[in-house]
Design a protein around this ligand. Structure first.
Ligand SMILES: O=C(O)CCC(=O)C(=O)O
Length: 303
């Protein structure tokens, strides 16, 4: 409730501005009160397309990952050494990086203790009412000033296994509004038009860029609904499905936003082979060679 009382502010996705609390961008709600009731959790997921769970992880476990990462980042001289490294202040001239699959970090004990913890595996076992697995490949993002993530479906990156695959987005730092929080389009009627077109795409097979749009206003005008975001604390997670339209707002701060996104599914269902094993193949053709722009693909799909 207190969030609703904060003064009006604008947030951006790329060059597009949205007033927080205005028609295009509202506040996420948490699903903590549903935790003991898997049917209610699935119902909320069907309704909103996401589940925000506050403090799913004990904060100290996230701090251990942050410490592991900032030690590494400091030794690589990308942090402003005038500040304590856990503040993740960006050294001038340094940029963010995609650290997905980075073995030193994503196979480290603190990292795996977090993303494969009893808390998170238990959450998914409860949600799916089944034994569950998580992909061996882990996505890890060091998001620098000015960086953002355009609106997309995850299915275009990892859609070769079960459709009942969920993403868990886990901030490793606190993420204030200005540090590029995750945002989800809630209530929009995009599936009828996007699932049979954009949603059939596979970035490695089709050589198409992945994000559907960098313009969140256009998404609302096309499909209705409202973007939702919030400020995150270490320990919070956001869980969403393969057809949840989501992205991340601009990092307008002088600090890195660090987050990981990992995937979970029922153990007995088909698994996308790109993301499992000791050395997952990962994306093997995306953005290599001639690539179709999303603008051109959308003309073909007429969306
Ligand atoms: O953290 C981000 O910027 C993007 C995350 C994302 O797209 C995902 O978790 O699927």
């Amino acid at each position: 409730m207190t969030e609703q009382l904060s003064p009006e502010r604008t947030l951006h996705m790329g060059s597009h501005e949205m007033v927080l609390g205005g028609p295009y961008l509202g506040y996420m709600r948490d699903a903590n009160e549903l935790l003991a009731d898997p049917e209610a959790l699935r119902g909320r997921m069907a309704e909103d397309g996401y589940l925000l769970i506050r403090s799913l992880h004990p904060e100290h476990k996230v701090r251990e990952v942050l410490h592991m990462m900032t030690t590494n980042l400091a030794s690589n001289d990308v942090l402003d050494a005038r500040f304590p490294s856990e503040q993740c202040r960006v050294k001038a001239g340094t940029r963010g990086a995609f650290l997905g699959g980075n073995r030193a970090m994503t196979r480290s004990k603190p990292f795996l203790d977090l993303v494969e913890s009893p808390e998170i595996m238990g959450f998914f076992a409860n949600y799916f009412s089944s034994d569950v697995l998580t992909f061996d490949y882990k996505w890890l993002r060091l998001v620098g000033p000015g960086d953002f993530t355009g609106a997309h479906y995850d299915v275009v990156y990892m859609g070769r296994g079960t459709p009942n695959l969920l993403t868990c987005w886990t901030p490793i730092t606190d993420v204030e509004y200005e540090r590029g929080p995750l945002a989800v389009l809630v209530g929009g009627n995009h599936e009828d038009r996007l699932v049979p077109t954009y949603g059939q795409m596979d970035v490695d097979r089709d050589h198409v860029t992945g994000a559907f749009s960098n313009d969140p206003i256009e998404m609302v005008n096309l499909f209705g609904g409202q973007w939702k975001t919030t400020e995150y604390k270490m320990g919070d997670v956001v869980i969403f499905g393969m057809h949840t339209l989501h992205g991340a707002l601009n990092n307008e701060s002088d600090r890195f936003r660090i987050s990981t996104d990992c995937r979970y599914q029922r153990a007995g269902e088909p698994v996308d082979e790109r993301w499992i094993g000791e050395n997952p193949p990962a994306h093997y053709a995306w953005m290599q060679g001639e690539t179709v722009t999303m603008e051109d693909a959308r003309k073909v799909w007429q969306v």
